[in-house]
Design a protein around this ligand. Sequence first.
Ligand code: ZN
Length: 566
Amino acid sequence: MTSEPIVYSEMTSPRPEYAKLEQEYQTLLDRFEAAEVSSDHKAAIAAIDAWDKLRRQISTFGSLARLKFNQDTSNSEYEEAREYVDELMPKVTEFDVKMMRALLDSSLRSRLEDELGEHAFRLWSSEVTTYEPEIQDDLAVENKLRAEYTKLCASAEIEFRGETYNLSGIRKFMDVADRDTRHEAQKARWQWFEAHGDEFDRLYDELTQLRHGMATKLGYEDFVDLGYRRMSRIDYDRADVETFRAEVQQHVVPLVADIREAQRERLGLDELMVWDEDVHDLEGNPTPIGDVEELTAKAREMFSRLHPELGEFFAMMDDRQLLDLDTRKAKSGGGFCTWFADYQVPYIFANFNGSKHDAEVFTHEMGHAFQCYVSGDKRLLDYVWPTYESCEIHSMSLEFLTWPHIDLLFGDDAERFKKIHLIESFAFIPYGTAVDHFQHLVYENPEATAEERHAMWKQMEETYLPWRNWGDIDYGAKGARWHLQSHIFGMPFYYIDYVLALTCALQFWERMQQDFDRALDDYVELCKLGGEAAFQTLARSAGLTSPFERGSLETAVERARTSLGL
Ligand code: ZN
């Protein structure tokens, strides 16, 4: 007799109590050390397996608590649980780091590496340098400040033409055909930011000081190196990112300048303003056909046509209530994919608003979800997800690979959608690079004032987005666009990841034009590798050129010029 698969509403995870956890970790450490003393490598492996199981339990509890809070930020019980997770996680990090140090220093290390793979040891070597008990309280404060940012954004009530919208809701007016509507909607949004500007600046200043302080305590010169290590970047550094930035400035900025000029002409405008940037032709952007329910049914069909494994997977997500797609009051903004280790299933959180963004959330987050589903049973938790820039290859490549069936979501507008998707992909590269470069400036100059930070952002816009014209939106013109970019607050240096991944995804785009089936198979195989290797190794295993090699963007830029008639 087979039991019914567990659906989301039935998923639970016991709250790990601190005192009990401390004891469990100590027992594991003792077990490992005893195994080491007797050179019993099998017993050592058993202790590591037990540790891995415990980490998965804690991860499940954390994911569920954080998700529930995001689903209803006004529920005080969820808020309390989320606060508990935020306070607990730094302590768990301390326990984990202790265990990692024991493994790294172990006399059995080479035998353990043979069995578990060297990669985990490299990750742990990096991770142990990001933590000392003296920063534990700082990490808890950092989590609190992050949550404050989320709450501040979720509290937005933007009055627009007699209705009230949150930040996700107002977005649907940003890419409509009617120019006055998008102009007014942008104005309304930025007025809200202006009214709360001091709060955003204060929050970011506190985060910057806090992060710089942690870096100093750990012996780093500034937060940049620590930030890279916190992102587990073990196969590239700031110099590589500088090389990549130069490539973007040299090849992509001129392409996007031409794209913007062609856009201005197509729209019949004298000047392309910031509120025009999201609209690509006079018809306005294509919108997907149907409400959340219809779109989910169509996406189900799309994935089943695309690939049997993807089809089966999406049906499972739908059947087991693992999709939360509609926008509700008090639900936090944005979209993400999370994962419940103990159930070995992912969950997709999004805010549908009727714009084409809805379809992108489907195809993008589905990439993440599929990847962790097919690698959820890896030997170690560390191998389930790769580092973020690799994760984003899974999501961004799927955005392109769904093209052949995207007419299910867009009907007759499918061709226009694809063209716009390509344009926006290239347009994203300079923006994403600017977001990353900005953070380097911020953390290299932690004493800067709010005004100076705004000036840094303006400098970024001049370098990477020279076409940007804010017109009468003073707050944007002042250099405050970054207040809207949650990663800058919550996940420092998690942004170039999208750009690096996109550089890889565009290679899938090139490949699928030559041989679609091969591109899709290569993609599925890459997903199945999960986090078993570092970024550049994973990329090369799929036959991709690393973004840090000169010329990584050149051929895609040329192909885009041909494809877009520029
Ligand atoms: Zn993503």
